[in-house]
Design a protein around this ligand. Sequence first.
Ligand code: HCD
Length: 439
Amino acid sequence: MMQKFQTFGPIYREKLGMYESVNIIDPEDAAILFKSEGRYPKRLMIPSWQAYRDFRNKAYGVLLKTGESWRHDRMILNKEAMSLKVIDNFVPLLNEVGEDFIKRVHMQIKKSGQGRWTADLTNELFRFALESVCNVLYGTRLGLLEDFIDPEAQRFIDAVTVMFHTTSPMLYLPPSLLRRINAKIWLDHVQAWDIIFMQADKCIQKIYRDLRLNQKSTGEYLGILPSLLVQDKLPIEDIKASVTEMMAGGVDTTSITLQWAMFELARAPSIQEQLRTEIITAETAAQGDLLKTLRSVPLVKATIKEAIRLHPVAVSVQRYTTQELILQNYFIPAKTLVQVGIYAMGRDPKYFVRPEQFNPERWLNDDPTHFRGLGFGFGPRQCLGRRIAELEMALFLIHILKNFKIETKRGVDIGTTFDLILVPDKPIYLTLWPLDSHP
Ligand code: HCD
């Protein structure tokens, strides 16, 4: 996309397999597109995800639903996963997982006997992310940061990776064809989803049973699923479908973003120092009130935004237009697929000064950053896990920076590859030094 925007300018048309789309890069155009979106914003559908559910006779969750049925479920789920009223409840749940991750790093450092720990953190972070999202969804710990890891949970993590990996080659082929010829890629895809649904179902059933046994309500926050079950506003099949999507969607996404964030910070020791100062100051002022601390760490939040600018999870955000639009003097008919190339936007000097530079502070200045932070999408169809992800990542960074200095080998270039989501093209090795003993 970057090359094509270079060649054709800020808007071009493209046909890829069965998709015809208009691709845009300018934040102003993105603003027009999103402001014109109707009651039922529609994004590009992933055919194999739908095909799996049709094939296995499973309900769609909000990720795949459209129209009034999407809107109905989404409104209910927003209250449980996005509303200001409820997200404070996530903080203690995510914080304990963050603290356990730190304990685990200290243990690894001790085990190494070298006073530091150097590793590719991919797997550790996958477990951290699954442990985090499950604690918010179910209010239960899986124990993925302990020495013995439940092989079932590990299977779930691997299945999500396989599911993403097998999706991209099928993006441009009709699933019905792949199914008919029993293509290996389709079979692998089905198997991955089977594992995902089976594991999620086990977690959900357990909560369902426990909740019926203990009808007493203590007023204590128990997690998203218990809250949905108690309310009884959604049929159980719809709850299951959306909770499964959130559980699967919360593993690779946040863990890879955190990996990128730590990589960028490793190459910017002065930003690490700035962040530490901000965190310590905020904590002192908040006197142990974590919610208060989180409200006074703008640079931590900007660091996450900046990591997502350079390394978004999704290459584009897409919408089908509901009405005619004019962008860059081009006429776009209704029902056209429009893609905002957010990866390309994040790296274009037209929209970000010195885009190659990792500079969280750019988000703090009052220069117009309108419609430039689209990593979670926009509006009512934006990422449902956004608030969970943001809190999970902020708490993680706070704990890591307070406890360790992050380093990486100089001069190692890490690129990005497309695996449906964007991922590093080689392992990222990071070194963590305990702060008090680092020279
Ligand atoms: C992939 O050309 C590239 O949060 C395609 C367009 C496209 C459409 C939808 C995007 C997808 C891309 C990337 C992964 C996304 C997905 C929508 C939701 C999904 C961004 C950009 C994700 C990772 C949640 C996945 C949940 C699932 C595991 C149940």
